[in-house]
Every structure is written in C-alpha cells, then in structure tokens.
Design a protein around this ligand. Structure first.
Ligand code: FHN
Length: 459
C-alpha cells in the first residue's frame, strides 16, 4: 500500500514536472500551458477569461435613483407580499412602485458624475481584467439610446452615449467589456416575462415570441453592432424560465451572437436549467462558490453587500479580507470572481465599495502572480490551512500556497505534490524554511499579509 502510494506520488510529481518541461519557454507571467482544455462546443476563445480570474460587475439603472426605498418602505420589507429581498434593482416589483411612477424615473436619470475613465481605472487598479455592466435589467430600461424601444437612455435628460464611453475607457485600460442583458424578464415590454411569482400572470408563448422578436433579439444585435462587447451576460436562474427560454430560443440567441461577433463569450445563465454545450462559461448562482472545479470556464457573480444595485440602507459590507479569500478560493478551483459594484444614480462609486476595491487591488499588486493565469490542482483537496494554485514553466512547477490560517505554524504540503525544493514569501522574497523532507514549510518571522499570505513553493 505504502509502495503504491509512493509510486503514485512520484508519478504525479513526475507528470507535473514533465508537463512543465514541455511547456513553451515562458516567463512567470505567461499562462500555465499544462492546463486541461475540456471538450465543449464553445467556439470562442476563452483563454483570456480563464487567465483573468477577476472582473467587475456593475448594476446601474433607474432603480439606482430609489436606492432600495419607495413610499416609506425600504427593502427588505415583509409587510409587502414580495418585499422580502435586499435586491434594490427589484424595487419596482418588490415595493410595488406604480408603473407610471417607475417609468417617469427615466426623466430624472441624468448621471452627470459618470466618468467612464474613472470606472475603468478603478477596475484596473483593483486588479480586475474585465467589466460587465447591466445594459438592461429586468425593468426593461435600456442604458443606451436604442432604436428598438423608447424606454431607454434616449428618453432621459442624459444625451451621452454611456456604453460607448465605457467601451472606449475599457479599451484604454486593457479591460474586456461585457454587457448584462435581461433577455427573459422584461417588466416594461408586453410579452416580456414577469417576476416568477405565483401571483403574476406570465405571457403566453405567442406574446413572449413577439417580445423576443421585437425587443430582446434586436437589442442584443444593437449592443453587439454598436459596442462590440467581449462578453454577454444573460440572466435566468431557475426552471421557471423554461416556458419562455426553450433550448430553441437559447440556440437562436447564440446563433445571432456568433453571426455578429463570434468571439463574444456567452454565459450559461442564458438558459440556467440547460445551458447546452455551446456556451463559453458557466455562471454560478448569486454568491455561490462551488466546492469543485466546474470543469468548464466558470465564474461566481458576487455582491459586496446584500444588494446588487445601490441600496442606501444596506450596511452588510463584506470585508476586503473576506473577498480576497473568495477570489483565491475560486482561483484555486479554476473559477473567476465577478465582484459587483452598485454606483449611485449620479454615476459615482460609493466610498465603501471604492475602499474595498482598492484594498483588494493592493493585495493583488503583491500577489497577482499567484492568481492570474494559474491553474487549479484538481487532484488534490485543499489543505486545512488554505488554498493552492499551480503554474508550470520550463524551470519546473511552482505551487502558490495561499495561507489563510497558520495553525501551529508548520504547514504540511499535500503529500501528492512531493517535496518542495525551496520556498519564499511571494510578496517580499523572504526565504521560508522547509522541513527536512520538504513536505512542510514553517511560518517565517516578520510581517505577513493579514488577509492571505502567499508562499511560493518551487518543486
Ligand atoms: O434577478 C437578478 C438579480 O437582480 C441580479 O441581477 C443577479 C445577478 O446574478 N441575477 C438575478 C438573480 O439571480
């Protein structure tokens, strides 16, 4: 048994090293060429997405004006039948805002402080590699001057091309650009799906088809043709969309996107109950952090507090330490972290969000090498003290040990990895002592990152 274990360990390490040796000559910043590519029918290049690991989600629209409150009610409010939710982008439905009142908000939407350059710069400083903005959420309001619908930016006092400005800024900072588009629920358009609640009447298939043909597909076309996004983010989350988002409609939408911009990535929530093999990445559910690599490029959409859009009374901010740990954990399982910001209606980022972005960015300045372009080690369970990411290059294999808990100060390296040759604190280069057999490393003296300390192990 022991001999078998030894052989299998040796084989495992040998295969890691062999893969490493075969990898093209690359600097440490190059992506790990030993990565497995799964067989799917996704036709777009997902390499950039896998390497990116960290992106910014932005929920911004008319609902941002209300900030989670209306007419003396604030979300969550259990006195109203559907008031029990923190999601302020749902304020129209959950706090029962009359349609006309809600639609009149368009006349007030004038984000004079919106500075696309600042958004992109902050995302980039935070270490994010892409940005996904809600171009149209469930309320149906298009954040651009759409030829397809009058419930759009064109009907507001804002005469700027917000999405165009953002596209320019993202390109300037080297960020990929994505749009969220609510293709299923649309509360404004006759035929759009309504909240999936028992007391709501859903449109018939024929009515939905009208909406699909007249608004959903043409607006997606508009977004692609005008702004050439690198990714699209569609939103369904349960079987309740089944009636309207059939595999046929899913494929029709995918065909449309591929015909206009074949390299635009498409997420699995285009049809959550059956994404099919053609989507490019899987979106987990809200704040869901899978315990395993999902086997295809994947991502967790995550909030900084409970709401997505701006909510003036949501004080449930996660700490940057918590979020760094979630980013690291996803990366260790091959997944991305799409962290959301809910700007004020005027376009500014709230200070608590900005502070957290910058704190995470500061951590990534020192530890980014252990995150971007790394690979998960699927064969090994995460150690009790933290998480592991891998990178192979011509000189061998590097394992980044992300320490979240120093326990007794001597941390065992999972046996399957074999014996490390040397170790150092990634941020400072400080040498880290290994035990004699190279199977554990010892907590170094001196200042270590209080969030997650990264030890670079060389095999
Ligand atoms: O209903 C939406 C919600 O408002 C938000 O946009 C999230 C983001 O993942 N998606 C839906 C719920 O899962």
């Amino acid at each position: 048994m022991k001999t078998f274990k030894l052989i299998s360990n040796t084989l495992f390490l040998a295969s890691i090293l062999l893969f490493g040796a075969l990898a093209n000559a690359c600097s440490l910043n190059n992506k790990d060429k030993t990565r497995k590519t799964e067989v799917t029918e996704s036709s777009a290049d997902t390499d950039w997405f896998r390497d990116a690991r960290f992106g910014m989600f932005v929920h911004w629209g008319l609902y941002s004006i209300l900030g989670g409150s209306y007419n003396g009610h604030t979300l969550p409010d259990e006195s109203l039948s559907h008031g029990k939710s923190w999601y302020s982008e749902w304020v129209q439905m959950r706090l029962e805002v009359p349609t006309k009142t809600y639609h009149d908000l368009a006349k007030q939407f004038n984000p004079v402080n919106f500075d696309a350059d600042e958004w992109a710069r902050e995302a980039s400083l935070a270490g994010m590699k892409y940005l996904v903005l809600t171009s149209k959420h469930h309320d149906g309001f298009a954040l651009w001057d759409s030829d397809v619908s009058n419930f759009d930016l064109g009907s507001s006092p804002c005469k700027r091309d917000l999405l165009g400005e953002l596209a320019t800024a993202c390109r300037k900072y080297g960020l990929k650009l994505g749009f969220y588009y609510s293709h299923w629920q649309d509360w404004e358009c006759e035929g759009g799906a309504q909240p999936d609640w028992e007391d709501k009447v859903q449109p018939s298939d024929a009515m939905f088809q009208k909406y699909w043909q007249k608004k959903s597909l043409p607006q997606v076309r508009e977004l692609l043709e005008r702004y050439k996004p690198d990714m699209l983010w569609f939103d369904t989350w349960s079987e309740s969309c089944k009636e309207h988002i059939t595999p046929k409609r899913r494929d029709e939408l995918i065909d449309l996107i591929r015909s206009i911009k074949p390299d635009c990535l498409i997420n699995g929530r285009i049809c959550a109950y059956d994404p099919g093999p053609r989507v490019d990445y899987i979106s987990a559910f809200d704040n869901e952090h899978p315990e395993k690599n999902l086997g295809r490029p994947w991502q967790t959409p995550a909030t900084m507090y409970k709401s997505w859009a701006w909510h003036a009374n949501d004080f449930n901010w996660k700490s940057s330490e918590q979020m760094i740990k979630l980013l690291v954990t996803n990366a260790s399982l091959g997944g991305n972290y799409l962290l959301n910001i809910g700007p004020y209606a005027n376009g500014k980022f709230p200070a608590p969000a900005l502070r957290r972005l910058r704190e995470i960015g500061a951590w990534l300045v020192a530890n980014g090498e252990s995150i971007y372009g790394t690979s998960p080690i699927d064969e090994i369970e995460a150690p009790s003290w933290g998480r592991l990411c891998k990178r192979a290059n011509t000189r061998g294999t590097i394992i980044y040990a992300h320490v979240m808990d120093w326990e007794n100060g001597t941390l065992a390296i999972p046996e399957k990895l074999g014996q490390a040759k040397s170790a150092m604190v990634l941020e400072t280069g400080q040498k880290v002592e290994l035990t004699q057999n190279g199977q554990a490393f010892i907590k170094p003296n001196g200042a270590l990152d209080h969030n997650v300390a990264t030890i670079k192990l060389i095999f």
